[in-house]
Design a protein around this ligand. Sequence first.
Ligand code: DP6
Length: 333
Amino acid sequence: MTFNAASAVAHPNIALAKYWGKRDGAGNYPAVPSLSVTLDGMATRTTLRFDERLSEDRFILGNELLIGRPLERLSRLVDEVRLAAGLTTRVSVVSANDFPTASGLASSASGFAALALAAVTAADLAWTPEQVSNLARRASASAARSVFGGFARLAAGPIGSDGSVALAAEPVAGPDAMPMKVVVCVTHEGSKSVASTDGMLRTMASSPYYERWLSYAVENEAALHKALLSGNFQEVGELAEASALAMHATALACGVSYFNGATLEALKQLRLLRDAGLAVYGTIDAGPHVKVLVRPDQEPIVTPKLRAIAGVVRTIVTTPGGAPSVERLKKPS
Ligand code: DP6
């Protein structure tokens, strides 16, 4: 057979307007629209090779050989590519993040985006970014947005679909549309306690505030989208922080909690910095880290203050980033 291999690099994205909750039924459709910024300076690199010698898919993430549920989730994505390409060949995949994995730093977003792109390219499918995004979404909805650089939106899924309707993220604006720095305050180096899929399923099943979240998230995303297009950084920041707090309040109401002490300290510090006249806003995903949105000129003042917070292990300063890249690999001679 021909040597079918490809290597893709994708960046994580941070939702400014959060996705939390799924439509009922198959297909992994979000229940609410979300809007994100893709980050430069952090990346997942994934190399995938179709290998006729293998009887099973083989995935190495970091230094770990995956087994069980994580392996099945990755294989399911590759199965869709195999089906489309008429292949049955198993794959060998090596993937590495240059930031903590599965800790609420959006590693599944960059991971599934890189895997989708590498698999489609290695299988020689001439798919559009929309098709790649739809494939990535089915594995992890936030990954659909990492197929695009800059600011990207993922609409809510259709109600009552049997899973066959395509739903891709869409680019909203390029990385330079709104000058900002994103300072990631890492508050813990290990894995998160509740995976985002599980946290969201529990929230859907038992949060008393879930219905209200569904309507709030729609209004919040629409307002944030408008504020982004009109270049209003302060409004984008306020709406992003509000989205994160509403999502976490909804989850916390049924015992799904991602914060640690440093998360709360960082939120308090942001309020103090705002009182002192700085435009700084926080957002938090399914983990304890706080990602701070700040104007580029104020970042040198803000980052040392964030680093000084008890429990902040380190900070990563990033900017809005570009789309993923992919290259076909040549057969080794
Ligand atoms: C809090 O995309 O990881 O980061 O579709 O079940 O894989 P699945 O969930 P996932 O959830 C991300 C949740 C979030 C908010 C966001 O990125 O929009």
